[in-house]
Design a protein around this ligand. Structure first.
Ligand code: MAV
Length: 326
């Protein structure tokens, strides 16, 4: 009868409403750090902004403290569309999937914070984003970063003489090792979660990192000497799995792109502002001993041919020129 049909329809509508409310889209993120690190704060912000820009139901499940591994694991997960949907990644940890992406964070790419800001505020990185999307199926939705990377070692490494043969860990991209090799050091690629132990056991004598992460993971306990080479101002894309992204409603995709831009700006401002503060906190607490690198101005000249050669090998000579001239 009509009456039963209406009843059945109403029940159907109620069930549909119920299931859609329990099956809100859940997006899982990962951070190597606790809730005090700028990356974590940026990803929390990202979630809040997506919720703000999206009318539908969406939930965030952000796993902290390397519960789901480190960046070299995250990049594989994103590429395969498993385990996580978004995170923040160092371009140099994505080299295996897109060989040209480490151009973005190679040492001595930016002259200073102003240059870094101008470059990231432009669309100069677009060809690299395209390669990442085509080859790795990873979408860049925004840019965080803004920390300055310095040398960090067990014993002081204060000049080129002391850097000679210095056993140090670098990120997985070949260009990272090539640059430190050109400076005379003895670099080797080691996973981030093995660095602390490797220094403690004497496998390496140091590495390079930015204040936010040194403080968060207490690397100063094994490598208290910070030498201000300031070789890299970090570029840290907020990245999303392409496989997951394509399955999301168009409106949610739009919200994610918008939130990524805004969360990136939030993260860049936060990390670049806090960088010197965090160094000072660690130094005041006598956790680190900070010193200048004698002859820092020579370093750029030493690595420039290596940068040029890398750019040539990935057919990005014009792009490197464009970034340098920003
Ligand atoms: C710092 O923790 C961050 O820049 C992070 O993105 C890198 O993966 C890490 O250093 C590293 O050196 O691998």
């Amino acid at each position: 009868s009509v009456k039963t049909l209406v009843k059945a329809t109403l029940v159907g509508v109620a069930i549909a409403a119920f299931t859609s409310s329990v099956s809100a889209e859940t997006l899982r993120g990962a951070s190597m750090f606790d809730d005090k690190h700028t990356f974590t704060k940026t990803m929390v912000k990202f979630g809040e902004l997506v919720e703000k820009h999206y009318d539908g139901d969406v939930e965030f499940d952000l796993r902290l403290n390397s519960e789901l591994g480190v960046e070299k694991d995250y990049v594989t997960f994103l590429n395969q569309g498993v385990a996580i949907d978004y995170t923040i990644l160092a371009p140099s940890n994505m080299a295996r999937f897109a060989p040209s992406i480490p151009l973005m964070d190679m040492p001595f790419l930016f002259r200073d914070l102003e240059h870094w800001n101008t470059a990231l505020g432009s669309d100069v990185m677009a060809p690299l984003e395209k390669e990442l999307s085509d080859k790795a199926d990873i979408v860049i939705v925004g840019y965080a970063g803004g920390g300055t990377r310095n040398l960090l070692s067990k014993n002081p490494v204060g000049n080129l003489e002391e850097l000679k043969g210095h056993k140090m860990r670098v990120m997985g991209a070949p260009i990272q090792a090539q640059i430190f090799d050109a400076l005379g050091a003895a670099p080797s690629a080691i996973a981030y979660n093995e660095v602390y132990n490797a220094i403690q056991t004497g496998v390496i004598a140091g590495f390079e990192n930015e204040a936010a992460s040194i403080q968060n993971l207490k690397f100063y306990e094994v490598a208290p000497n910070v030498t201000l080479t300031g070789h890299t101002i970090t570029v840290r894309p907020i990245v999303f799995s392409g496989k997951k992204f394509r399955k999301l409603p168009a409106k949610l995709q739009e919200a994610i792109m918008q939130a990524g831009k805004e969360a990136g700006a939030f993260g860049r401002e936060l990390e670049s502002r806090e960088d010197a503060i965090k160094l000072k906190e660690m130094s005041d607490a006598k956790q680190i001993i900070v010193s200048e690198f004698e002859g820092r101005e020579k370093l750029l000249d030493m690595v420039k041919p290596v940068q040029d050669k890398f750019a040539e090998s990935i057919e990005a000579t014009e792009l490197l020129k464009a970034i340098r001239s920003k």
